[in-house]
Design a protein around this ligand. Structure first.
Ligand code: DX5
Ligand code: ZN
Length: 218
């Protein structure tokens, strides 16, 4: 089974004290960086210059989640900006195989994301071309939403397909990951957990990361 990883999302951090909030998650596996363009999702966050600067100061590698249109054009630039992993949405690319290959050739992990309503079946052939599948467990755009229970069968189906193909592909979940949901999401087959409000809303951020990890590994 792929290793459990906890990736806090800086969407719930204090953007005016970002360096402090990055240092606070030094025990996490990656920092999850949500890039939104106000077109693919109805929210706007940050872009290449900020990602470059985060990469310079972050104590952990960057897991960049692109919620932007025209991923084919922009995603490779986030690899160059210092990301360890670049996630593009299946709904926002014309040529997912070509993009995944380009990202991998650039030395980063390539990941494809699926909105809650996007089925995994049309993308099963893509599993061998990516390092991770992100199953969105809320509608992308905002932190602090409730986990959509109906995404659990898709996580199970994705894990089955990966296992059947003998692939090392990770499954990431993003949205509504909390102490209450993390264990059953793990049992469905996910191994990489993004958590924004759960981590940054906690009194003790490091303790919350440890708690989520322990619950996911149980
Ligand atoms: C939502 C973002 C998430 C968000 C998750 O579109 O992709 O990464 O920060 O927030 P929580 O963990 O609060 O649901
Ligand atoms: Zn995200």
């Amino acid at each position: 089974m792929a290793p459990v990883q906890i990736n806090p999302s800086i969407l719930s951090a204090d953007f005016v004290n970002l360096e402090r909030d990055l240092q606070a998650i030094a025990t996490a596996d990656h920092v999850h960086v949500d890039v939104m363009d106000q077109h693919f999702v109805p929210n706007l966050t940050l872009g290449l210059p900020v990602v470059r600067r985060i990469a310079e100061v972050s104590p952990v590698p960057l897991d960049v989640h692109l919620m932007i249109e025209d991923a084919d054009r922009w995603a490779p630039q986030y690899a160059e900006a210092g990301a360890a992993s670049v996630t593009f949405h299946a709904e926002a690319t014309q040529a997912p195989v070509r993009l995944a290959r380009e990202l991998r050739a650039g030395g980063v992990r390539a990941c494809v994301a699926l909105r809650p309503a996007t089925p995994v079946e049309p993308f099963l052939d893509l599993l061998a071309e990516v390092d991770m599948v992100l199953v969105m467990t809320v509608e992308p755009g905002f932190g602090g939403q409730s986990f959509i229970e109906g995404t659990l069968p898709k996580i199970r189906r994705t894990r089955q397909a990966i296992t059947a193909a003998g692939l090392p592909t990770w499954i990431q979940v993003d949205g509504g990951v909390t102490r209450d949901t993390v264990a059953r999401i793990a049992r469905a087959g996910a191994n990489v957990f993004v958590a924004g409000s759960a981590v940054y809303g906690a009194d003790d951020v490091a303790a919350e990361i440890a708690t989520l990890r322990r619950l996911a590994e149980a």
